[in-house]
Design a protein around this ligand. Sequence first.
Ligand SMILES: C[S@@+](CC[C@H](N)C(=O)[O-])C[C@H]1O[C@@H](n2cnc3c(N)ncnc32)[C@H](O)[C@@H]1O
Length: 311
Amino acid sequence: MTSHHHQSVMFNESIAGLAIKNNGIYIDATFGRGGHTQGILNKLGNEGRLIAFDQDMTAIDYARKNFNDERLEVIHSAFSNMHNLLNERDLLGEIDGILMDLGVSSPQLDNAQRGFSFNADGPLDMRMNQTSGTNAAEWLATASETEVANVIYKFGEERKSRHIANAIKKFQEDAPVKTTLQLANIVASVVKAKKNKHPATRTFQAIRIFINQELQQLLDTLEQTLSTLAPAGRLSIISFHSIEDRIVKQFIQKHSKQKQLPKGLPIMHNENEQMPLKNLGKFFASAEEIGNSRRSRSAILRIAQRTTKVC
Ligand SMILES: C[S@@+](CC[C@H](N)C(=O)[O-])C[C@H]1O[C@@H](n2cnc3c(N)ncnc32)[C@H](O)[C@@H]1O
């Protein structure tokens, strides 16, 4: 599904994963340009309700201009405020499904002024929420070489992290790193180009994840979904790289696997011991979608369901 320059990835599969009930209450944690939001609204009845979050004001402005639907409430916020925002609305334990389509949107990537792209020159910002926080240029100006190397290694799994950090610090002896192309060129001076992959891909990914605290946001929010979902409520989560997917996988496993009893002990069938989640599986984009959209190649969708009885 294409919605004004953002092509929603694994659209049908992720919406199907929510098993939408006519009059249910749903969350789209990552509005973007509203592709998934529209998909959910299409399946909801008149009494249904959808709350959408995005921390990017341009996404919220887009929603306010283009979505006029009484069933939809759009909130400018990080999704990690989900628990509090739903508590304020008396909706804890009432949510029938939560969709998360992680990462950046195409409009964010395509607008050079946002600083996410190594292909076009712009200020090195990289904040999804431009109303607060430190941007990438400011952070690079104050971080030590070791800090920069650690971020690039941890969030980009980049083996050349130390060389890159060293090259950045050498550059900064003469001038600050202020633009995306400056950073892309510094990285390209120490990382060999690979077929189909810009040498700065991992470095940009790492700094973006760090600047937006993406993994912490995800960890915090996943934990909040347990108190948010109604019995049988669904989680449908699309991630785009292995570090993110690992977090989603481990969260679902932790809350869905029965504890192993020591060998020899009889298994007690105690209903109260039911785990809070049921793992409904892991899915990839179809060959057809992969043929049409590069971004969908790395997409992994995970679906889980809140169990009805919780200890
Ligand atoms: C991949 S896009 C979503 C696209 C959307 N599903 C669609 O079909 O148009 C991800 C969106 O999530 C937002 N986002 C990412 N992390 C967020 C967070 N922690 N809290 C709120 N919004 C976030 C980004 O600003 C971006 O607009």
